[in-house]
Design a binder for this molecule. Sequence first.
Ligand SMILES: Nc1ncnc2c1ncn2[C@@H]1O[C@H](COP(=O)(O)OP(=O)(O)OP(=O)(O)O)[C@@H](O)[C@H]1O
Ligand SMILES: [Mg+2]
Length: 333
Amino acid sequence: MTPSAIVRYLDQYVVGQDDAKRTVAVAVYSHYKKIEKSLRDRVEIAKSNLLLVGSTGTGKTLLCETLARALELPFVTADATSLAQTEFVNEEIDAILQRLIEKAGGDIARAQSGIVFIDEVDKLRSLSGQARGASGESVQHALLKIMEGAPVRLKSGQYIDTTNILFICGGAFVGLRSILARTHAFGFISTSGGDDQKILDRLNSRIKPTDLFEYGLIPEFAGRLPIVASFQDLDKPLLVRIMTEPRNAIYRQFHEILQAEGVELAIAPLVFEQIAELAIEYKVGARSIRGIFEEMLNPVLYLVPDNPKIRKVSIHSLFEAARYLGEPGAAPA
Ligand SMILES: Nc1ncnc2c1ncn2[C@@H]1O[C@H](COP(=O)(O)OP(=O)(O)OP(=O)(O)O)[C@@H](O)[C@H]1O
Ligand SMILES: [Mg+2]
C-alpha cells in the first residue's frame, strides 16, 4: 500500500487528523520499504519508530488499530502505565512479544514485522525527586532495548528479533505545548502572506526529541522516536462528523439496531451539535460520545420492543423526549 492508499483507508474510520495520518502513512510505508531493501541488499538501515502525541480520545489508538487492519499485520497494544507499576518489567515486555506471536498465528517471521503500540509513554517521565519517576525511567531503559532491535529470548524458549518490528508510542504529553512555546522562536519572523503563517505554525508545533527530553523522557528514549505525529484536539464540527461519518459511526450503529426492530431512527442535526458541545465539556475527546448517545437512546431502546406499532422515532433535541410515530396508538404513554 502506498502512503496515499493508507490515508484513504484510514479516512474511512478516523475523522480529521490529516497531518497525523500523512505522517504515519509515510513513516509506515518507509519502514516496510526499508525492511525490503535491507533484506535484499543485506544492509542495516536504522529504523524510525513513531510517536503519536495528542489529548485523550482524539484517535491515537483508533488510528493504530485501523492501520494494522489496513496492512494486515499482527498488532498488539500495551500500556506504559501498567509497565511502570509492575516489578517485573522484563516479564511484561516478554508477554507483549508473546502476544504478538499469538496474533501472528504462531508465525515468528510474521510477528517480527508486526506493530507494537505502547500507549501512555508520557507517564514514564522522570521527575526529579519523585519515587514514581524512578520506575518510569527503568521502563524506558527496558523498552529501549527492544525498540532498538535485538534478538530477545522469550520465557517460552523462542527467539524473536525485534529489529523490524515497528514501535509506535503514544501519549497525551499534557504541558508539552508550553515547552514548545518556549523552545521555538519562529514566531518573531514577520510575515505578510497567510501561507507563510501556516508554515511558521507548522514549524512551531513540531515536536523535537529535545522537547521530549525536557518533558522528562530520557534522551536515549526520546532519540529513538524521531518521527512525531501530532493529533489535534477535536472541535465541534469534527465531533459531529465522528458521530455520523465513519463506517462504524455510532449513529449508524444505533440506526441499524432499531432498523432490526422495524423502526426508523431520525436524529435532528441540532442533537449532534448538542452532544458535541457536551463532549467538549467532558474533556475526554470523542470518548464521551458513546455514553451520551446511549443515555439519550436508553428510553427508546427500552420502549420499542414492547410497542410493535412504532415505526419511527425522532429526536429533536437532547433535552426533549423522543417522539414516536407509527400506527394509531403507537406512541407509548
Ligand atoms: N478522529 C477520530 N475519528 C473517529 N473516531 C474517533 C476519533 N477520535 C476518537 N474517536 C472515538 O473515540 C474513541 C476513543 O479514541 P482513542 O481510543 O483512539 O483515543 P486515544 O487518542 O487513544 O486516547 P488516550 O490518549 O486516552 O488513549 C474511539 O474508539 C473512537 O470511537
Ligand atoms: Mg489510546
